[in-house]
Structures are given as C-alpha cells and as structure tokens.
Design a binder for this molecule. Structure first.
Ligand code: BTN
Length: 299
C-alpha cells in the first residue's frame, strides 16, 4: 500500500478512538475483534421500496459527522432538504431527547436522519414521533426481531431494555410551512465499553438475534417504512398507526414515575390518547401528559 508502519498505526489508533475494537497480533498485524459491515449508498438504494425510491431525493452516507440530524438542520436555510436522508458510521455528538447524548461507536449502530418539508402541516403532525416509533418497530419485526415494544414517547425496547430511539425536530410554523428532521438511532452491536457512557439498560440487535442482520438492509427497510408513513401523512390518509403503536405498548397497567422539569409524578399507565398524550392514573384520577421535557421510568 506504500505507506509506513507508523501511518498504519496512526490510522488504527484513530479508528480505535472512534470506538472500533481492533486487536494487534504481534508480528502479523491488526485484526478486527468482530467483523463489520460498512454502510453503502448503493446497497441501501438497491433495497428501497418503490415509495422510498420515489420520495428519497438524496441519500448521503457519511463516515463521520457530529450528528446526522444536526447535519440536516445546518443545511435547512441554504439547501433544499426535502426527502434528504443522511446516515453516518460515527457521530461525535449524537443527540438524544432532552439534551441527552446518543452513544454509538463506529459502525455499532444505525444512525439515520430524514428531512421532510410540509407546506401545510398534516393534522397528525403531533403524532409523527409515535408514528416513527411504529415505522421502526415494523422494520425490526419484518427483519425477524421479536418481543419488540414501544415505550412512550419514542423508545424502542425489548424487555424494558432500550434498543433504539426517535428524535423529532421541527422548524417553522405549527400549521406549516414546517421542516421536520426525523432522527432514528438503533443499537446494532454496542461494544461493552460503550455501556459505561449510557445511563440506562440497553440492548442491541446482535445480542437479540443470531441472524447477523445486515446494517444496510436495516437502513433500507427503515427508510422504506419512514417514507411510507410520510406519504400517508402527506395524502392525509386516515391510518391506524396509533392503534399499531398501542399494540407495541407493553406498559399499560404498570406503575411508573414521570419525571417533569420541576416534579415527579407516580401513577399507573393507561396507554396513549388519540393526540398521543400519555395517560396515567394519578391518585385515582386519569391524567394526560405531553412528551416535551418529560422522562418516563417504568417500575
Ligand atoms: C432518544 O432516544 O433519545 C433519541 C435518539 C435519537 C438518536 C438518533 S441517531 C441519528 C440522529 N442523529 C442524532 O444526533 N440523533 C438521532
């Protein structure tokens, strides 16, 4: 390759700082601790559904970026973002809900953001975050992941362990025009050291199934489901996404604590209402809560 050993060593060290696990074998070289499949624009495009192919105006695969959602937000004023998809192998400042960081070392997750512009906001815009949870759950179910659940407002869980999450960001007017950035992260093969940076119980696809699902296939199936939801919202078709969300909700009847910025509320969960608000019996009374700056701990 016409490069020095030092240059190779430096590259290996750089990949390690991004979270890739590499073993040095004395006298022989370097070896990945487990094989990785890099994301490929070509492979993803080839597996998109006809609807996704029609609606995806641009598909950008980055090796490294701060955050795929920030990447799209930063382009909002200067470029036409409608139908633009960004994926990254590594995010240095991956963002979760409520200012949390989203930890996803190099090639260990599926980190994807989609930008969409609505001239007129659809009636169900407030439900989009829940719908994206459904799109993610549909994706994983179709690929053979079982026992999937959705935890309000937008966690994808398996047996109470977090497998993925949705971050929805809106810019514009509530009634439109409005730009939406949908960010979805799925844990694919989290290295053990990453768990120290995550303050909740998590799981990943590789621990759940021995099928060695392809990250490109997951990304393509997820995009197909995301664009299907967006198409239905655009067309104003009345769908049963909310009922589907309820089918994935495993928390009805369970005791939970809701952590608001200024107080904590305990109660028994009762699912979501037709606006996507969380329903909870608190001191014998049924109350509803909007997602905003709220965190839900199921007990
Ligand atoms: C959450 O559960 O808190 C939401 C996590 C969302 C993470 C994804 S990864 C792709 C996109 N880019 C980001 O910086 N965040 C979202």
């Amino acid at each position: 390759m016409d490069i020095s050993r030092t240059a190779i060593w430096k590259s290996i060290k750089h990949l390690e700082t991004l979270g890739l696990q590499i073993e040095a074998v004395r006298g022989r070289g370097y070896c990945l601790v487990s094989p990785i499949e890099l994301l490929s624009e070509k492979k993803i495009k080839s597996e998109l559904s006809p609807t996704a192919r029609q609606f995806c105006n641009e598909l950008i695969v980055l090796f490294k970026t701060e955050s795929t959602s920030s990447f799209l937000l930063n382009r909002l004023s200067s470029e036409n973002n409608h139908g633009v998809v960004v994926l990254a192998e590594y995010q240095s400042k991956g963002r979760g809900r409520r200012g949390n960081q989203w930890v996803s070392p190099l090639a260990s997750g599926v980190c994807i953001s989609v930008a969409w512009h609505f001239d007129v906001a659809p009636n169900a815009l407030g439900l989009l975050s829940l719908y994206m949870g459904v799109a993610t759950a549909r994706t994983l179910s179709a690929l053979g992941v079982t026992e999937l659940g959705l935890k309000w407002p937008n966690d994808i869980v398996i047996k109470d362990k977090k497998l993925g999450g949705v971050l929805l960001e809106l810019r514009g007017e509530a009634s439109g025009p409005v730009d939406v950035i949908i960010g979805i992260g799925i844990n694919y093969d989290l290295p053990c050291f990453a768990l120290a940076d995550i303050d909740k119980e998590v799981t990943d696809i590789c621990s759940l199934t021995e099928m060695h699902l392809s990250r490109n296939k997951i990304a393509a199936t997820l995009l197909s489901n995301i664009f299907e939801v967006l198409e239905e919202l655009e067309l104003g078709v009345s769908t049963d996404f909310l009922d589907e969300w309820r089918q994935y909700d495993q928390s009805v009847g369970r005791r939970a604590k809701l952590i608001l910025p200024d107080q904590e509320i305990e109660g028994i969960l009762q699912g979501v209402d037709n606006q996507g608000l969380l329903l909870m019996i608190v001191d014998g009374q049924l109350k509803s809560f909007a997602s905003g700056e709220v965190s839900l701990r199921i007990q």
